[in-house]
Ligand binder design. Structure first.
Ligand SMILES: C[S@@+](CC[C@H](N)C(=O)[O-])C[C@H]1O[C@@H](n2cnc3c(N)ncnc32)[C@H](O)[C@@H]1O
Length: 286
């Protein structure tokens, strides 16, 4: 095993060791770091190795590789993941969901006397996406109190889940929230915005790694899965695996929403597509 080189007193991660880290992270999370991300990854590895008093990056690698306890690996992942998000992100997509897609599903459910709606926000980061969906459901349903509404919100990163549960946001996060919703669903606390209990009550947070088939297969009966802006960090093989697990988690007729640069059709042919409103949506056939 090649040790990291010592140049001018600074620890430098050799390409070979970098590749080993990348492989390990990819295998456990589906996230794939190209070589051009080396500086970004290296900084985080160095920080963690230093924090726990490792003598070298090589020792740190060996510790992660052979330890049975995943705590340190989870901490590294918390530092590595990119958690950028905000309320009502990709407004046109959410508007289409609220005004065109949801009403079709609601009509169908009413016809079948089914009063359950389950949504999974599958890489929820600090909670802005699932809370946005909670607001949309409460705004768009005629009598929300007559429905059993459930939003499962999950992420691999335990730090973001912790802060999602608190639900306190800076202006940057709520900048796209329509003013009347800001008034109705948030409480201003000094310079921050706290989501109200009526938004929180529909959302249940949990840690789920999307490449952990066992954890993912616990989430079933979904009418909608939102998995936005995370598959961009995966390669095609792990994207394919995740989409096929989602397929099992969806109800027949259930619909999946990805980020605008991610495409279901390119990755999986199991889903059918249909134009609803001004976008193509992908769904599990009935
Ligand atoms: C850029 S954020 C997207 C948040 C939100 N979906 C949005 O579109 O605004 C990507 C999130 O994916 C999470 N993530 C990355 N790999 C994951 C994995 N293997 N399983 C679950 N979540 C993962 C990260 O921790 C991060 O919070």
């Amino acid at each position: 095993m090649q040790p990291p080189e010592e140049i001018g007193g600074e620890m430098v991660l050799s390409d070979e060791l970098y590749d080993k880290f990348v492989k390990m992270v990819y295998k456990k999370t589906g996230i794939f770091y190209e070589h051009n991300k080396k500086y970004y990854v290296q900084k985080r590895i160095e920080k963690r190795a230093e924090m726990i008093g490792m003598g070298s990056i090589n020792d740190y690698y060996r510790m992660l590789k052979f330890s049975k306890d995943s705590t340190e690996f989870d901490r590294l992942i918390n530092d590595l993941t990119i958690n950028e998000t905000y309320f009502f992100r990709d407004y046109p997509q959410l508007r289409n969901f609220a005004e065109n897609v949801l009403p079709i599903v609601v009509r169908e459910k009413k016809k079948n006397n089914d009063r359950n709606i389950k949504i999974w926000s599958a890489a929820c980061s600090t909670g802005e996406e699932p809370y946005t969906l909670s607001i949309i459901l409460q705004e768009m349903l005629d009598e929300p109190e007559k429905w059993n509404l459930q939003i499962v919100a999950s992420d691999i990163n335990t730090d973001v889940i912790h802060s999602a549960k608190i639900g306190l946001y800076e202006y940057r996060s709520v900048r796209d929230v329509p003013p009347e919703y800001l008034e109705k669903y948030f409480t201003k606390k000094h310079e921050s915005y706290q989501v109200n209990p009526n938004v929180k009550k529909l959302v249940k947070f949990m840690k789920i790694n999307l490449v952990d088939l066992v954890a993912v297969s616990d989430i079933t009966g979904c009418d909608f899965i939102f998995c936005r802006n995370v598959l961009i960090y995966f390669d095609d093989e792990s994207r394919k695996a995740v989409l096929s697990d989602f397929y099992r988690g969806l109800n027949p007729g259930g619909i999946i929403f990805l980020g605008h640069s991610e495409s279901v059709g390119r990755i999986s042919s199991a889903y059918h597509m249909q134009r609803i409103g001004d976008t193509i949506v992908y769904f599990k056939p009935k």
